[in-house]
Design a binder for this molecule. Structure first.
Ligand SMILES: C[S@@+](CC[C@H](N)C(=O)[O-])C[C@H]1O[C@@H](n2cnc3c(N)ncnc32)[C@H](O)[C@@H]1O
Length: 211
């Protein structure tokens, strides 16, 4: 059970205060509502910014997932940059889910039909959607421990299409290098790429070979 005082709890136990952040990401200005008790609610996390700047975004219609969406910056940028794609957002924290819904209304008001916001534990809300996603994006909650993220990585292939990808960011000081070794060992070395190393963060691109 998650600690109720942390940003990754179901119901954060801190007073509710709403903040507003404006940020230009990939040459577009976004406004995000955030709340106390959600991850990096005062400013967009540097790792999130590095991932957003360097993530590869498919141009054609795709089904994409922002896993552990927080208040939604990664998925909302995907939704803006890939205007035909269906985007799913999942988080366990109900305040984060509330903020994501607000941020979709604020930033992509015409696109609400193709953006799906779900509450729950990682893949549990999409357990019936195996082999569905072209891409999964994530700034993982590494404070919950490396083992938890390794378990997420092991489940990712079940939800991706055969040519799907998983892009995520890890801080160098939070074990990016050892995660690289673990993933190369578990999958295969040529399926795990580092697409950039910036500001102390590594952006990973994992492809899945289902054959
Ligand atoms: C490092 S934060 C990133 C948030 C957001 N993507 C961003 O970049 O600002 C990780 C997110 O994962 C969520 N999370 C933690 N455990 C989870 C779980 N078991 N299932 C779904 N989301 C979870 C947290 O609530 C948090 O919002």
């Amino acid at each position: 059970m998650a600690n109720k005082d942390h940003y990754f709890s179901h119901f954060p136990d801190v007073n509710l205060k709403v903040h507003t952040i404006s940020e230009s990401l990939r040459r577009h200005l976004y406004v995000f509502k955030t709340t106390t008790g959600t991850f990096s609610y005062k400013k967009i996390d540097l790792g999130t910014k590095v991932l957003i700047k360097h993530m590869r975004i498919p141009k054609k219609t795709n089904t994409l997932l922002d896993l552990g969406c927080g208040y939604g910056p990664i998925g909302i940028v995907l939704g803006y940059q890939s205007p035909q794609s269906e985007i799913y957002f999942i988080d366990i924290n109900r305040r984060a889910i509330w903020a994501t819904k607000e941020n979709i209304k604020l930033n992509l008001p015409q696109s609400q039909d193709r953006l799906h916001v779900l509450t729950g534990d990682y893949f549990e809300p999409i357990s019936s959607m195996k082999n569905t996603f072209d891409g999964i994006y994530m700034n993982p909650p590494m404070r919950r421990g490396k083992e938890e993220f390794i378990n997420v990585c092991k489940k990712v292939p079940e939800y991706l299409k055969s040519d799907g990808f998983f892009q995520f960011v890890i801080r160098r000081k939070m074990g990016a290098s050892s995660m690289y070794d673990i993933l190369k060992d578990y999958f295969s070395p040529d399926t795990v790429q580092i697409i950039c190393k910036r500001s102390g963060y590594w952006v990973f691109y994992l492809t899945i070979d289902k054959n």
